[in-house]
Design a protein around this ligand. Structure first.
Ligand code: FAD
Length: 468
């Protein structure tokens, strides 16, 4: 032994790569006597981040962008030299498909909650009764203070079923790919709970707390998202390029973690083992619970659901689209007779992704209750998507090519009580497995910036623990 401490990072998705990057940075800057090794089961680094570049198109199989207001992703991209490649989304009208009809997203709403009354009253999305019920938010007393409740229950109580079904649910399930009546309010949007508790009304609370933007007539909507010119995988490549040689091993899975007297023993899929003083598990929850199968406190992660979706990107010549819609895309409400859940007109939202004169459409299938669609053949999935698109657009030819990606059990579901369960796991882990930590999309936020935050935060925990 050379007296240097070994840190193992399991999983080479964005959370694991971020942890490796910031840990190496700390080691170099503070001359810490630690060695890092990142073990990735597959042959590919980046986990859910996967970019395909083909015929001048930049196509994302997984995430396509990140929220600009959460700063960690743009900061990391800048640190690894991609500052000049950050691209804001093209803004334009977005739509919502309700009862088989496209409606403009009412302006002045935040995650479907109205902050301005006029666009909401003028919207064809809701019946007069639905509007009156939503206005009940101004007078309805605040709900009981509680540890958690479902997103669906919370919004239905405040704004009524219609606003939830025609606006909030399609927007939120676009992010979480799950049933909002099961998802946890506190693990997803705790700020809405606090707004209700503090202001007694979501609409009033949002109005008081949202930064007031100057409304100039005809001014462009501000961009909310950022991506990278050459695709999100360029972030993965740029992080990996900063890591010292020998840190990253691909094609090596960790099957089991065993606590030894004063360290951990990792049993690897290739039959060998590795000693570690600290372990960052940046793998999804089912994999994490398998590695620690001997611990009953991992049971909630074993039981934690994950849903499947398929992402369908289709490239066309612009002439194939006979009836185009001026906008960036739409989400679909459950009361529409559609199997797609969303469609982005990627060539408009991300013009850099598509060559001049071409069109790139990116759709999702796999809503709750229609998970089996993900297992159909590429031809069948494409047929379903084209049939749905042709209900609102007029596309006269088949795509020049398509890229279909199945994401099985890839969308972790933060169901009611997620935060409390995670707290218990963290506490029991700290006791039984000091120096072993969880980070990534299954735990404390699924967005890329959330995963980056977790990867960065876990580095500090590891250093503190190794220094004691
Ligand atoms: P992952 O990316 O899942 O990486 C985990 C890694 O661990 C994988 O590479 C896996 O192979 C490895 N691994 C698993 N088991 C083992 C083992 N036993 N040993 C070693 N390695 C192992 N977020 C956004 O912010 N914006 C978006 O637009 C967006 N869109 C999305 C679209 C889709 C289709 C999906 C699926 C997700 C999307 N997300 C989006 C969410 C975001 O992409 C993920 O939450 C995030 O990428 C997860 O990163 P991670 O590092 O936690 O996990």
């Amino acid at each position: 032994m050379n007296g240097r401490k070994q840190v193992a990072i399991i999983g080479g998705g964005i959370a694991g790569l971020t942890a490796a990057y910031y840990l190496q940075k700390e080691i170099n800057e503070k001359h810490l006597p630690y060695d890092v090794r990142l073990l990735e089961a597959s042959d590919h680094l980046g986990g859910k981040i996967r970019t395909v570049r083909k015929d001048g198109f930049t196509i994302e199989r997984g995430p396509d962008s990140f929220l600009a207001r959460k700063k960690s992703a743009a900061r990391l991209a800048s640190e690894v030299g991609l500052e000049n490649e950050l691209v804001p989304n093209g803004t334009g009208q977005s739509y919502i498909l309700v009862n088989n009809k496209l409606h403009k997203m009412p302006s002045g709403s935040f995650m479907g909650i109205p902050t301005q009354v006029r666009p909401f009253l003028g919207s064809g999305l809701f019946s007069p009764l639905g509007k009156v019920r939503a206005a009940g938010d101004f007078i309805k007393s605040k709900g009981e203070a509680k540890e958690d409740q479902s997103l669906g229950h919370f919004f239905r109580r405040r704004l009524g079923d219609e606003v939830v079904e025609n606006l909030i649910e399609p927007l939120l399930s676009g992010i979480y790919a799950g049933n909002i009546d099961n998802l946890s309010l506190m693990a997803t949007f705790p700020n809405f709970y606090h707004l209700e508790q503090k202001h007694g009304s979501l609409i009033k609370g949002l109005n008081k707390t949202m930064p007031k933007k100057k409304q100039t007539k005809g001014a462009k909507k501000p961009s909310m998202f950022l991506t990278l010119e050459r695709g999100l995988e360029s972030l993965v490549d740029a992080i990996v390029a900063q890591l010292d040689e020998g840190i990253v091993s691909t094609g090596v899975s960790v099957d089991h973690i065993e606590r030894k007297e004063d360290c951990y023993h990792l049993l690897l899929g290739n039959g060998t083992g590795m000693r570690a003083d600290a372990v960052i598990i940046a793998a999804p929850h089912h994999a994490a619970s398998k590695m620690l199968s001997q611990y009953d406190f991992m049971e909630p992660l074993r039981q934690m659901p994950a849903t499947s979706v398929a992402n369908v990107a289709m490239a066309f010549d612009a002439s194939a689209i006979k009836k185009d819609i001026d906008g960036t895309g739409f989400v679909v409400s459950r009361n529409s007779d559609y199997r797609i859940t969303a469609c982005t007109w990627t060539h408009k939202k991300w013009p850099h992704s598509t060559p001049e004169g071409k069109v790139l459409l990116r759709c999702y299938v796999g809503k709750p209750g229609d998970q089996e669609v993900v297992d159909l053949s590429d031809e069948e999935i494409q047929k379903i998507v084209m049939k749905d698109l042709n209900k609102t657009m007029n596309i006269t030819s088949e795509p020049e090519f398509s890229v279909i990606t199945r994401w099985r059990d890839a969308m972790p579901q933060y169901t009611v009580g997620h935060k409390q369960r995670l707290q218990t796991i963290h506490a029991k882990m700290a006791e039984a497995l000091p120096g072993v930590h969880l980070a990534g999309g299954s735990y404390e936020g699924i967005g890329l910036p959330d995963c980056i935050d977790q990867g960065e935060a876990v580095v500090q925990k590891v250093i503190e623990q190794l220094q004691t």
